[in-house]
Design a protein around this ligand. Structure first.
Ligand SMILES: *Cc1c(COP(=O)(O)O)cnc(C)c1O
Length: 403
């Protein structure tokens, strides 16, 4: 795994056999333009310095690494958090959005466009667009618009247009379809900013590179704090951007075990979960070869998770490769485990986590219990303010866990 980041993806955007760019000729021409611009611009001193300055002065980076004393005492083991919930706008997504919109600016684009699931990517992109003074269109499933009201309001306040996706299940997958379609109508003035390490090349690579800062910081901070590397690092996996961000900082440290956590939802019946790496099979979706959850007809299956940001039937291609190589272990946490972790992080640490991130916390709690002498670092991808009404209205305040 030497020089890992330089080695993957290959020139055509493949991570082993995964990824690539399975798109129309028309879209391919745009992807090539974006790729060439990214390779050129991302190496320029102006770009690097501007991004560095934004991260420090606007985003509030570096975000801290934090030791969960009370949660660790309750579980055994040592649980640490990389606090991406403290990143400006409340999640890791601003890391790639500031990079993508900065690229849009250097490319002379007037507008950015994207899909969003829980609304986190939409808010992050709207934030970045406001910062740079670009127009912003966000496509969002109707179901998610109803569920994630505060984020919809945020996007509007930040000046974005929120465009409802009304087809099919009316969630993330349909929002991606709708955004791709709109993008093709005006690719010259627009940059499509994908919200995770997915889609056609160069997006899985670009988004990973912009998220890489999380892993770089976390590794340095953990070393400084403890004098050693963590025994394990974990993150939840929807498309897989927060996971690739933190994993990429440790991928060459072969003694550090890496765990990606997928949402096993209500049950392992098709339609009740979104564990594409654990239970999917090879397929093509949204321009990439990926592990895909499919129905009997081979179409992308309906998926579900209590966390809107995780309900996607595919996964970033780099994760598919890392699974095959065995470098990352992919595991699952269900809705119930996620909720327990959510409540426990609230009460033991005074931190309200996003439901997405709570899946990784749930795994860390399990790992800590089974490995009392070991340390585990969780990428706490976002804060849970967006989820509190939904959780309390449907599941209460969690008192039953503390009697
Ligand atoms: C969107 C989101 C995720 C899932 O996206 P990845 O690309 O898998 O990281 C996880 N956590 C939070 C807080 C999110 O907003």
């Amino acid at each position: 795994m030497k020089d890992y980041l330089k080695q993957y993806p290959d020139e055509k955007g493949f991570f082993g056999k995964w990824g690539g760019s399975f798109v129309s000729e028309e879209l391919q021409a745009e992807m090539n333009r974006i790729r060439d611009a990214y390779f050129k611009i991302s190496k320029s001193h102006d770009f690097i310095n501007e991004l560095r300055s934004i991260r420090k002065h606007f985003q509030g980076r570096p975000t801290p690494v934090y030791y969960c004393k009370r949660l660790s005492e309750a579980c055994g083991g040592r649980i640490y958090l990389k606090r991406e919930d403290l990143n400006h706008s409340g999640a890791h997504k601003l890391n790639h959005c500031m990079g993508e919109v900065l690229l849009a600016k250097y490319m002379g684009k007037k507008k950015v466009i994207a899909e969003t699931g829980a609304g986190q990517h939409g808010v992050a992109l709207a934030t970045a667009a406001a910062y740079f003074g670009l127009e912003c269109d966000i496509h969002m499933g109707e179901v998610d618009i109803a569920k994630e009201h505060p984020n919809v309001v945020r996007m509007k306040l930040l000046g974005a247009n929120v465009i409802p996706a009304t087809q099919g299940q009316k969630t993330l997958k349909e929002a991606v379809d709708s955004a791709f379609e709109a993008y093709l109508k005006d690719p010259v003035n627009t940059l499509y900013c994908i919200g995770s390490v997915m889609g056609p090349h160069p997006f899985p690579m670009m988004v990973r590179d912009f998220q890489h800062i999380v892993g770089v910081e976390a590794r340095e901070q953990f070393l400084e704090m403890t004098g050693e590397l963590p025994d394990a690092v974990t993150a939840c996996v929807g498309g897989g951007s927060n996971a690739m961000g933190i994993f990429s900082g440790f991928i060459q440290d072969e003694d550090v075990a890496l765990f990606g956590v997928e949402p096993s939802g209500r049950s392992l019946k098709l339609g009740d979960h979104a564990c594409s790496l654990s239970y999917g099979k090879e397929g093509v979706l949204h321009g990439m070869r990926t592990y895909l959850l499919t129905d009997e007809k081979g179409n992308p299956a309906p998926v579900y998770s209590i966390a809107s940001g995780l309900d996607y039937p595919g996964s970033g291609p780099e994760h598919c490769m890392l699974k095959d190589k065995g470098r990352v272990t992919y595991t699952t946490a269900n809705d119930k485990e996620c909720l327990e972790a959510f409540y426990k992080l609230c009460r033991y640490e005074g931190i309200i986590p996003a439901l997405e991130s709570s899946h990784a916390v749930a795994f860390a709690m399990k790992y800590a219990k089974e490995n009392p002498q070991k340390s585990i670092l969780v990428n706490l991808s976002g804060r849970g303010d967006k989820d509190i009404d939904f959780v309390v209205d449907n599941y209460g305040t969690g008192d039953e866990y503390f009697n």
